[in-house]
Design a protein around this ligand. Structure first.
Ligand code: GLN
Length: 503
């Protein structure tokens, strides 16, 4: 794909004066409107975007005095993202721009502050074009759980884009804009990135602030990026990451400096392959693409070794106890009193609560709240929740042992390519199994990346396959370096869906 639709390509065009941020943003909004069929956006923030773009243009032409588009050092130099249009998953609070979280509960909610991720990206000069569609409260793997309707996969509209960050993934895959934020609690950045043929990065837990991100499962949620290239993911991560005193789980670690480590070679790198990620349930065409990608890395000098993650077979039951438990607690705040939706008619306070929650939440969210309340209840806490916490430790220990033998772990991101819309809506367990390779990573708090690694026949034509790379804690830069090297050797990331031009 021509560099023009990447952050790096657009930044060069802005700096050379070939285009302005305002023109770029107008054009981006035109693209989004022309692809309304994807339903990738819930809100387009046109006026705010053009105002931000205007400030970026002043800075780009050397006349800026506003600090909106300056780099984070505030020294007046251009930021890495100055004037670049991006979108945020509608889970991030945006000052003055409605933030729905894909739910009727927050359909009219307008935050009075920016999430730290949003503020950091603004400070690096990025222009927020709008808010992308998502599964309600980030619960889902297909983007069919949104109050604002399902999102289509740009590769084949009859298939799902993955979820819960499906709007962000579809928007980037269709080249509407070069980057969007997402969140990943059990796979919600990596699985849609794999299904849509783009690059998805889930950083280590604590690397990026959760302040202002609507909470789903607080011990698992992490903000990350959806981009075309690893190079752009590095630019985004460097701008987003950092210690935030407003998030008590934010880690005061040295910055990732991901952009600086893209040049590292894969020669001498040891890649661990867990047998558990290549077993039953893995589609054979997906497996073949992943093996070919690994062979490519081996040819470039990487060494492939076997590692074991024996407890990972328990990651789905473990995740689907811990995540709903935390969700049931987090979502208790939506009571019709503080903010958000309130039922129109009720008789007394109790009925107001009941009707508000009955009408405001969708089916999957209610299922999670019920499961979560059940596993936390006095009678079942030890049998389910305590047991899941113990399993979580075993899963994390497996990774620690595996990383004594390798630098990164690799496998498929998902067991299959994008599936057909509607195919799993009546079978929650089949839907949950999409997270079979991804959720253990969140349980262990590790960073991981999904990069395009092939196309296999499916749907109307071809569908993308994702290669999953998992790193030790805080090793985002290493992962992005490996991914970038792979993207120098292959062009899978440059393949755009049928009918989507790169320019
Ligand atoms: N698909 C998983 C779920 O439904 C993961 C969601 C996520 O990562 N936000 O919980």
């Amino acid at each position: 794909m021509p560099a023009a639709r990447t952050i790096a390509g657009l930044a060069a065009m802005l700096r050379s004066g070939e285009t302005s941020s305002r023109d770029l943003c107008r054009e981006t909004i035109g693209r989004i409107r022309a692809r309304a069929d994807l339903n990738a956006f819930i809100t387009i923030a046109e006026d705010a975007a053009l105002a931000e773009a205007g400030r970026a243009d002043a800075l780009l032409s050397g006349q800026g005095e506003g600090d909106g588009a300056r780099n984070r050092a505030g020294d007046g130099a251009l930021g890495a993202l100055t004037g670049i249009p991006i979108a945020h998953k509608d889970i991030f609070s945006t000052f003055g721009v409605r933030t729905t979280c894909g739910s009727r509960m927050l359909a009219e909610y307008i935050p009075a502050f920016d999430a730290t991720v949003v503020a950091n990206l603004k400070a690096a000069g990025a222009v927020t074009i709008g808010k992308t569609n998502m599964d309600e409260f980030a619960m889902g793997s297909s983007n069919e759980n949104s109050f604002f309707g399902a999102v289509a996969n740009p590769w084949d509209a009859a298939t799902v884009p993955g979820g819960s960050s499906g709007g962000s993934a579809a928007a980037v895959a269709a080249r509407l804009l070069p980057a969007a934020t997402g969140t990943d609690t059990g796979g919600s950045i990596r699985q849609p990135a794999a299904f849509c043929g783009i690059t998805g990065l889930k950083p280590s837990y604590g690397r990026v602030s959760r302040h202002g991100m609507v909470a789903f499962a607080s011990s698992l949620d992490q903000a990350g990026t959806l981009t075309v290239t690893c190079e752009d993911a590095a630019t985004m991560l460097d701008a987003m990451a950092g210690f935030d005193p407003r998030d008590s789980t934010s880690v005061d670690a040295p910055p990732p400096r991901a952009a600086d480590s893209l040049g590292q070679t894969v020669a001498g790198l040891t890649i661990g392959l867990p047998a558990e990620f290549f077993g039953g349930g893995l589609d054979s065409a997906v497996a073949a693409s992943v093996q070919a990608a690994l062979a490519e890395l081996e040819k470039a000098g990487a060494r492939l070794v076997d590692v074991a993650l024996p407890s990972s077979e328990n990651s789905i039951p473990c995740y689907y106890i811990i995540a709903p438990a935390e969700a049931s607690s987090n979502l208790s705040r939506f009571d019709g009193v503080r903010y958000g939706f309130r039922a129109g008619e009720f008789d007394g306070l109790t009925e107001m609560y009941e009707k508000t929650r009955a009408e405001g939440f969708g089916a999957e969210v209610k299922r999670r709240i019920m499961v979560g309340a059940y596993v936390l209840s006095a009678g079942y806490y030890d049998a389910y929740y305590m047991k899941a916490l113990k399993l979580r430790r075993l899963i994390a220990d497996d990774f620690a042992r595996a990383f004594e033998r390798c630098d990164v772990i690799a496998g498929p991101t998902t067991p299959t390519c994008a599936f057909r819309r509607g195919a799993k809506m009546d079978d929650p367990v089949a839907m949950y199994l999409n997270d079979i390779y991804t959720s253990s990573v969140n349980l262990a708090g590790l960073p991981a990346l999904s990069i395009p690694a092939g196309l296999v026949s499916g749907g109307e034509g071809e569908l993308p396959v994702g290669l999953h790379l998992i790193g030790p804690y805080m090793a985002e830069a290493k992962l992005l370096g490996v991914g970038h090297q792979f993207q120098q050797l292959t062009d899978w990331h440059e393949r755009a869906p049928p009918g989507v031009g790169g320019e």
